[in-house]
Design a protein around this ligand. Structure first.
Ligand SMILES: C[S@@+](CC[C@H](N)C(=O)[O-])C[C@H]1O[C@@H](n2cnc3c(N)ncnc32)[C@H](O)[C@@H]1O
Length: 428
């Protein structure tokens, strides 16, 4: 973990220029993907295809939202819109003669071809397509095959030809579990319409389930280490409040890490609440409450208020109110600890990885993919009706400043630096 006195987190701005890998790194990635020396090479192959999958989805949404390009060219407010950022950072649009246009190599895929591909997995006639577009289509269908196999294990791949057995094993052994779920979720971005919300094709518990999958696959050991460091100066068993506790992943881990700890979890979704309350029904140190956080009349104060993957359920205005209410629940010296992803902070994450002495070539490559995918996830949080608004870094740090809060420490919440753990304290 890195503290505020080593890196001034709030001095970092969201960046607007896309990060690219050097030609030599791209060559290395091509070689690894071709030779497939091990499991990690398949993951790399997956990520490269995932970006192209997102590009097809982006081109389909753009074909139905052409006005976004006009807005970009007019350089009005929407230049900062998540959709514009997604298009720019995934390299779908570029400036030609000072005008934003679809990149030349992606400009022959017609709207009807894109929609047929998305709706029916119908491959467009390839004669007029560029080499780059053919690759996008192949990669899109590859990922669709994996998603289908994940949901219907008895089906055979329709498009994956090479290394079928290995891909099958990776899906069956849940080694691409989180990534495939994310592909399944982000597929629906093709329904994006500027100015309105996409109706979620999933029920609310689906996202709680995805949270559980991320926790099992990535965050669990890192959180245990982080919270142990944060609690190391306490003279008593920690008391913890978990806002949006979901199925109680973090509650369970805190109880396991600090057997004398006492926890209160708040969960708005009755279905999720019942499952979680049941899980802790024999633990007198755990209280699970079914309410909206804003409705809660809290009487106790806590050493830690956890807020993991929950801020995007609140509007931009309410995000500030949530932080303030969470801060009001803290004991003197207590901390809000949140787990959250932010797009556009590649520079901050690179510095963090460097200071944590793990900014290796390999890390640089996986962070590149995870950073690009984040632009799609941010867009999803802004676009689907389950969520109110993505958590934007610049807005977040402004909220902290305006609320008398600051970031005391941070660390990565997964090996890809996709999400961060952030410890927030009150300015004294
Ligand atoms: C994505 S899940 C994450 C669950 C858990 N924190 C984790 O990381 O595994 C977010 C949870 O916050 C809950 N939630 C959303 N808005 C809330 C509110 N206003 N009050 C309490 N819980 C809320 C949702 O129902 C959901 O279960």
């Amino acid at each position: 973990m890195i503290r505020n006195n080593e890196l001034n987190f709030l001095s970092f701005n969201e960046s607007s220029s896309p990060v690219e890998l050097s030609a030599s790194i791209r060559f290395l990635i091509r070689a690894i993907r071709f030779l497939k020396p091990g499991k990690m090479a398949y993951k790399l192959d997956f990520y490269e295809r995932f970006l192209n999958y997102l590009r097809i989805i982006g081109l389909a949404s753009l074909s139905q939202n052409q006005s976004v390009l006009d807005d970009l060219n007019a350089e009005n407010e929407s230049t900062n819109h998540s959709f514009a950022r997604f298009l720019i950072h995934l390299g779908l649009v570029e400036k030609q003669d000072s005008q934003w246009k679809v990149k030349a190599e992606y400009s022959s895929l017609a709207k009807n071809q894109l929609l047929a591909l998305l709706e029916k997995s119908e491959k467009p006639a390839s004669t007029k397509l560029s080499e780059a577009e053919r690759q996008l289509v192949d990669d899109f269908l590859h990922i669709r095959d994996l998603v289908k196999k994940y949901r219907q294990p008895e089906t055979s791949f329709k498009h994956i030809r090479k290394h079928r057995k290995t891909w099958e094993r990776l899906v069956q052994s849940n080694q691409l579990d989180y990534e495939i779920r994310l592909s399944e979720t982000l597929f629906h971005l093709w329904k994006f319409r500027s100015g309105s919300k996409i109706r979620s094709p999933f029920d609310e518990a689906y996202y709680t389930e995805s949270g559980r999958s991320a926790f099992r696959n990535f965050t669990r050991p890192l959180f245990q280490k982080y919270i142990s460091q944060l609690a190391s100066n306490l003279q008593h068993h920690p008391t913890v409040f978990d806002l949006g506790c979901g199925y109680g992943n973090y509650v369970e881990l805190v109880r396991e890490t600090f057997p004398g700890s006492q926890l209160t979890g708040v969960e708005i979704n009755p279905e999720v609440y019942h499952a979680t309350r049941e899980k802790f029904s024999t633990d007198a140190n755990v209280e699970i409450i079914n309410t909206d956080f804003f409705e809660l009349n809290a009487t106790k104060q806590y050493d830690f208020v956890l807020m993991n993957y929950v801020l995007f359920y609140f509007s931009q205005e309410d995000q500030k109110a949530v932080l303030r209410k969470a801060a009001s629940l803290l004991n003197p010296g207590g901390s809000i600890v949140l787990c959250q992803y932010f797009s556009g902070i590649e520079n901050l994450k690179e510095q963090l990885a460097e200071r944590q002495k793990e900014f290796t070539l390999f890390k640089k490559i996986v962070m590149y993919y995870s950073d690009k995918i984040l632009y799609a996830n941010t867009l999803w949080n802004d676009s689907v009706d389950t969520f109110a608004s993505a958590v934007k870094w610049d807005h977040f740090r402004q909220n902290l400043r305006e609320s008398g809060l600051y970031i005391e420490s941070t660390t990565n919440a997964d090996p890809y630096y996709y999400s961060l753990f952030v410890e927030i304290k009150k300015l004294s």
